[in-house]
Design a protein around this ligand. Structure first.
Ligand code: UD1
Ligand code: MG
Length: 466
């Protein structure tokens, strides 16, 4: 952002009450996620950057769900629209909270691609031109579904017509309205009071304030958008996927410019709240989701999935690893085919190899767990080596129990540690042991092994011929 925005005389109304019928969903439309964040969240973050005096969000259908999801930011007012009688009707419900400001900006909760720079341009144009009504317009190759801007022979705006009310000739107009308006507070509610609902949908349309304002001799302005894609509204799942594609491209480009190498970017998913350090490489097919935060000089993937996880500098998360709600220290090597589950906390220089699962366990610096192992409900010290096929038997069928392992412990392959159990520092456990009691520090501990026999002159069976 080039400058810090601040609009103390502006109130923003976000319209989010619509049923979203075209989504065919039980989830309110504005809660459908785009790259891990609800559409409405994207819109609210964008609007907040303007630093307006207040934000009103109009909810109706599923309002409880919407409020529970968004929470209660300090400058946010919730407004209820009991019946969804149209966008104009929705704005009217805000009359009581739209006070002590000069201008009201109206933004739809279903246009997640909007940038704050664009809203800033709209607000500045509105103020500089001293207009009563200003709206964002754009030229779309496929204007289907949008309100079309009607102009006279001299190019003056004369009105807006919705898709469902448009004649075939009007449907060919490529200039559309975004549904985003800036209106002087002192005229908005008078204009809305005059809006009727005699149209194809029987709704009170917000865009109808445009002809009403013109009839009253007011100054109406359209601000043409640089990037028409920004106003794309999401009304169905096809448009949801398209909006996600556009946003993904933006996020990937931002990370590339911030010094992250992304191999085959079209195959990579990086959600909106993810953070990535410089000189990190994200390899093909990887997914970085939720609040994942990756340090500098890491290498992720190919085909790794990380969710809500922390990865410190210089760590490699190799192919096909799955890391969820975990934290990984610096210079670690994880995978290929590793699984880190919630509350896995690895210190620096830890090695986790193929087909190893770690859950709710702390693993000390430099410890290696390289093959085919399950570590759950455990605390492991530094510089241990856990042999292939070892298992912390943490669950007795009713409760989980803890395994505690000191520093410099060597656990032989195929050891079962039956929790609760403690292993002292420096201990060595012989391969194939079943450990049911605490293991002292130092020395060798091993459980009795089955006897080994040799049968000389034994013949392998041969296959009978039928
Ligand atoms: C709307 C505009 C259209 C514009 C397009 C841009 C109207 C009548 N049409 O059409 O000119 O080109 O957006 O995307 O304004 N909502 C309410 N209460 C209601 C109805 C809608 O809060 O009673 C909310 C919806 O939740 C949604 C927004 O208003 O977030 C827009 O409604 P939607 O039904 O998506 O309008 P569009 O047909 O997309
Ligand atoms: Mg819409």
């Amino acid at each position: 952002m080039s400058h810090l925005m601040h609009y103390p005389d502006l109130m923003v109304c976000v319209l989010a009450a619509g049923k979203g019928k075209r989504m065919r969903s039980n989830l309110p439309k504005v809660l459908h996620p785009i790259l891990g964040k609800a559409m409405l969240e994207h819109v609210l973050h964008t609007v907040e950057e303007l630093q307006p005096k207040k934000i009103a969000v109009v909810t109706g259908d599923g309002s409880e769900q919407v409020r529970a999801y968004i929470g209660q930011p300090a400058n946010l007012e919730w407004v209820i629209q009991d019946r969804q009688l149209g966008t104009g009707h929705a704005v009217r419900q805000c009359e009581n909270v739209c006070t002590e400001v000069t201008d009201i900006m109206i933004v739809c909760g279903d246009t997640p691609l909007l940038r704050c720079e664009t809203l800033d341009r709209l607000a500045r144009h509105h103020q500089h031109s001293a207009a009563e009504v200003t709206f964002l317009s754009a030229r779309l190759d496929d204007p289907f579904g949008y309100g079309r801007v009607l102009r006279d022979a001299d190019g003056n705006i004369i009105g807006i017509v919705e898709e469902r009310d448009a004649t075939d000739e009007q449907k060919r107009i490529r200039e559309v309205t975004s549904g985003i308006y800036c209106v002087k507070q002192k005229v908005l509610f008078d204009l809305l009071a005059q809006v009727g609902n005699r149209n194809a949908q029987g709704e009170y349309y917000l865009p109808d304030i445009v002809p009403l304002a013109l009839q009253a001799g007011m100054n109406v302005q359209a601000v043409d958008m640089d990037d028409a894609g920004e106003i794309r509204g999401v009304n169905n799942r096809r448009q949801l996927a398209e909006a996600e594609r556009v946003m993904q491209q933006r996020i990937i480009e931002d990370w590339q410019l911030a010094g992250v190498t992304i191999e085959q970017p079209e195959t990579v998913r990086i959600e909106a709240s993810v953070r990535i350090g410089m000189d990190t490489i994200v390899r093909a097919g990887s997914q970085l989701n939720g609040s994942t935060c990756i340090g500098d000089e890491c290498c992720i993937g190919p085909y790794a999935v990380l969710e809500n996880s922390w990865v410190d500098d210089g760590t490699r998360i190799e192919a096909f690893s799955h890391v969820v709600d975990a934290s990984v220290g610096g210079s670690c090597r994880i995978g290929p085919f590793a699984r880190l589950r919630p509350e896995a906390k690895l210190d620096d220089q830890v090695h986790i190899g193929n087909f190893v699962e770690v859950k709710k366990a702390v693993v000390g610096e430099g410890t290696k767990i390289n093959h085919l192992t399950y570590i759950g409900d455990a605390v492991l010290g530094r510089h241990c080596n856990i042999g292939a096929g070892s298992i912390t038997c943490n669950y007795d069928g009713a409760n989980k129990h803890l395994t505690e392992i000191g520093d410099d412990v060597f656990v032989g392959s195929d050891t079962k540690l039956v929790a609760p159990v403690k292993v002292g520092s420096g201990a060595t456990i012989g391969a194939g042991s079943i450990i049911t009691r605490d293991v002292p520090s130092q020395g060798l501990t091993l459980s009795a092994r089955p006897d080994q026999r040799h049968v000389p002159n034994w013949q392998r069976p041969t296959k009978r011929s039928s």
